[in-house]
Unconditional design. Structure first.
Length: 65
């Protein structure tokens, strides 16, 4: 995902709802957020947290269609 301030589109395919704490984490650390082909967010931890940078689904599995 690309931040709107960096020229990204402001649309539903480029939006993730986060609380204040996690919003700041995304902007001030090496965590990344990506959208899957099913338009679901997944969070990629920095190598200091997970050497393999394994994406973490952002939705509960029982809510994913």
């Amino acid at each position: 995902m690309h931040h709107w301030v960096d020229g990204a589109d402001t649309d539903l395919d480029n939006v993730v709802l986060l609380c204040r704490h996690h919003h700041r984490l995304m902007h001030h650390t090496e965590w990344e957020v990506e959208m899957t082909e099913h338009r679901r967010p997944q969070f990629v931890p920095p190598a200091s947290v997970d050497v393999f940078r394994t994406p973490i689904p952002g939705n509960r599995p029982d809510l994913v269609s």
